[in-house]
Design a protein around this ligand. Structure first.
Ligand code: ADP
Ligand code: MG
Length: 253
């Protein structure tokens, strides 16, 4: 199977604080990896390294076979041109806890903005694609609304459609339902399940254990900047081997 994301021995420090201490992870094309772990374990930092929001200090990351970041320990960073970085970032979609939609734009224009402005794609084509995506996330009737008129769950579904509008090779989700009222979590998870079914490659940081159990091909448990344990959900969630995984799951289940 084609590897879509490969991270090898990724290290990342902020000053003297080492946040990632050699993280390995691979996701094959169409695969879904769910990353679990306590707050502060480096989950967001890891996603940000994949998306060029942070520079790694050692290790390497490849997306679709192409180097995103590479550095020998203590050595020089593999330099990518600004153009390559921009191109790679366009192919990696990211959805955050906070949706950050443009408040002064309609739902439709939020979804059209990046392909039109960043990629300079044909406006009519982008519009058709955006309408299709909004239908896919269940918001066909909200295309003319403004973000402020939507619930948090609806706004997060717009944010997912907006990321998909760039036709990413992989989607990164950083606790996409953590800021939502409990009754709105399900509708966002349903959209994500649909994406997974349709073959999108996804890395999902989440505390939604039920989602991980149902959707993940691999569950990765991180703590203290390392991957403590990984494997199919039937092993890591149902039958964790490591004490730290057991302790964490007993708190969130
Ligand atoms: P998680 O997403 O698992 O909660 P994070 O990746 O957000 O963990 O953070 C891991 C650690 O890195 C935390 O101790 C956090 O305070 C620290 N950290 C994250 N980003 C920065 C930054 N830009 N500067 C300094 N420290 C940071
Ligand atoms: Mg985080």
């Amino acid at each position: 199977m084609t590897e879509m994301v490969r991270a090898e021995n990724v290290h990342k420090s902020f000053g003297s604080l080492e946040v990632l201490k050699g993280v390995d992870l691979t996701v094959s094309q169409g695969g879904v990896s769910c990353v679990l772990g306590p707050s502060g374990s480096g989950k967001s930092t890891f996603l940000r390294c994949i998306n060029h929001l942070e520079e790694i200090n050692a290790g390497r990351i490849l997306v679709d076979g192409e180097l995103v970041g590479y550095r020998e320990r203590g050595g020089k960073l593999h330099e990518l041109s600004e153009r390559d970085v921009a191109r790679q970032r366009q192919s990696i979609g990211m959805v955050f806890q906070r949706f950050n939609l443009f408040p002064h734009m309609t739902v439709l224009h939020n979804v059209m903005e990046a392909p039109c402005r960043v990629k300079r794609e044909n406006r009519a084509e982008v519009r058709d694609r955006a309408l299709g995506l909004l239908e896919r996330v269940g918001l066909a009737d909200k295309v003319g609304s403004y973000p402020g008129q939507l619930s948090g769950g609806q706004q997060q579904r717009v944010a997912i459609a907006r990321a998909l509008a760039m036709r990413p090779k992989v989607m990164l989700f950083d606790e996409p339902t953590s800021a939502l009222d409990p009754e709105l979590v399900g509708e966002v998870l349903e959209v994500m399940k649909g994406l997974a079914r349709d073959g999108m490659t996804m890395i999902v940081v989440t505390h939604e254990i039920g989602f991980a159990r149902e959707v993940a091909d691999e569950v990765v448990f991180m703590d203290g900047g390392v991957v403590v344990e990984k494997g199919p959900p039937g092993e890591v969630i149902a039958n964790p081997r490591q004490e730290r995984t057991k302790a964490f799951l007993s708190k969130v289940l």
